[in-house]
Design a protein around this ligand. Structure first.
Ligand code: THG
Length: 363
């Protein structure tokens, strides 16, 4: 099925039920995410971006795998895994919640979705959380099943997403609040539709749980979206940087804690909950030595080494960079030394001036 032979197709790199349509749409590149294909470009990153911020795109984000926890102790297990207080989560509500280990280190930054009182999905970023969850369940003697569900999320993103989704699923989609979901009907099947997605252009994610409906669903979105200029798309580096979204494995990984990357906004240090990372995180609060920030440069900086330099002195590492059409600036994310950060709001790298800003921020 793969046409881009730079990535050899093997059974370890999993296709998705949408792959035939993604291929037919002319995908130009893939990445591998949770051992599954993730499209990365359809035209050019710049043209994909312009289309995303103007129209509506359909994204195969099946690689956002769902780890399902089900059983009497499922709620206990999911709360052990995250320092975000999940007690008030409503049915079919999602919460962006870091997963941290006993040292307060970030293992993943998923969306956690409550399906039933004793049934949860952890909608993963790219790391092998099923093994950690199974180990915890076994080690703690919890009565919970842990498995990767046969679910393939399809995102519909862009300013015209609500119009398109209303045509396919009915006007009910308009009543869905941000990070909440509804079970909606498509071809006599109920599927979870949530207002979410890895862009800030507005949109929804459809949690498809019947692979045989993948191509009919894709085709319905394209048939109803012709006049909306619908096309295939994928998470876009330029858009996500402008929107302040973090990428696990890129901007952060299991060497960082939530304070260093601004995810402490999504944890509840004071909550009276049983979460294995909270004791360590309470100790770490305010003590971190480095910080992820946005650095906006007047002109493109050539940092082939991905080092951030201030007048020649290395002060941090770039984690991502792209030219931003919205700000007409070269927008980068960088992990910087906090002592240096406390004394600087500007930087000069290879003669190019940059401004240092928080993520997410009003750049
Ligand atoms: N959708 C689903 N699963 C996912 C992602 C997704 N798993 C992997 C990855 N993306 C997880 N990372 C993020 C990061 C940010 C957001 C969503 C997923 C996000 N954040 C909002 C913000 O930053 O403003 C809101 C967070 C909140 O208020 O709770 O949307 O995209 N299914």
């Amino acid at each position: 099925m793969l046409t881009n032979k730079l990535l050899t197709a093997t059974r370890r790199v999993r296709e998705t039920p949408f792959t035939p349509r993604v291929e037919a749409a002319g995908v130009k590149g893939y990445s591998v995410y949770n051992h599954m294909l993730l499209p990365t470009v359809f035209d050019t990153p710049e043209r994909d971006y312009e289309h995303l911020v103007s129209h509506v795109q359909v994204w195969d984000v099946s690689c956002q795998r769902q780890i399902e926890l089900i059983g009497p102790d499922a709620t206990k297990l999911v709360q052990l895994m995250t320092p975000r207080d999940l007690r008030k989560t409503k049915l079919l509500q999602g919460k962006y919640a870091p997963l941290c280990d006993e040292n307060g280190t970030i293992l993943n930054d998923p969306i956690i979705i409550k399906l039933e009182s004793d049934r949860w999905w952890i909608s993963l970023a790219d790391s092998d959380i099923k093994l950690w969850a199974k180990g915890l369940a076994f080690g703690q003697g919890l009565n919970t099943q842990v498995f990767e569900a046969d679910v393939w999320p399809l995102a519909v993103q862009g300013p015209k997403a609500e119009t398109l989704m209303s045509r396919v699923f009915g006007a009910q989609v308009q009543a869905i609040r941000f990070f909440h979901g509804k079970m909606l009907r498509f071809m006599d099947n109920d599927m979870l539709v949530m207002r979410s997605g890895w862009s800030k252009q507005g949109g929804f994610e459809i949690y498809l749980d019947d692979a045989s409906l993948a191509e009919p669903l894709w085709d319905a979105l394209f048939e109803h979206g012709k006049d909306l200029t619908v096309r295939a798309g994928c998470p876009n580096l330029i858009e996500r940087l402008e929107s302040g979204l973090l990428s696990y494995g890129g901007d952060m990984d299991d060497r960082h804690n939530p304070f260093e990357v601004g995810l402490d906004r999504y944890i509840n240090l004071e909550a009276d909950i049983d979460s294995i990372s909270l004791p360590a995180l309470r100790q770490l609060a305010g003590r971190h030595q480095r910080q992820l920030v946005a650095v906006m440069f007047d002109k493109t900086v050539e940092a082939s080494d991905f080092l951030l330099r201030d007048k020649g002195e290395v002060v941090g590492n770039l984690t991502a960079a792209a030219w931003s059409p919205r700000f007409s600036q070269h927008l980068t994310y960088a992990m910087v030394n906090r002592e240096w950060l406390d004394q600087h709001t500007e930087i000069e790298m290879d003669g190019v001036r940059g401004k240092i800003l928080p993520i997410p921020g009003s750049y």
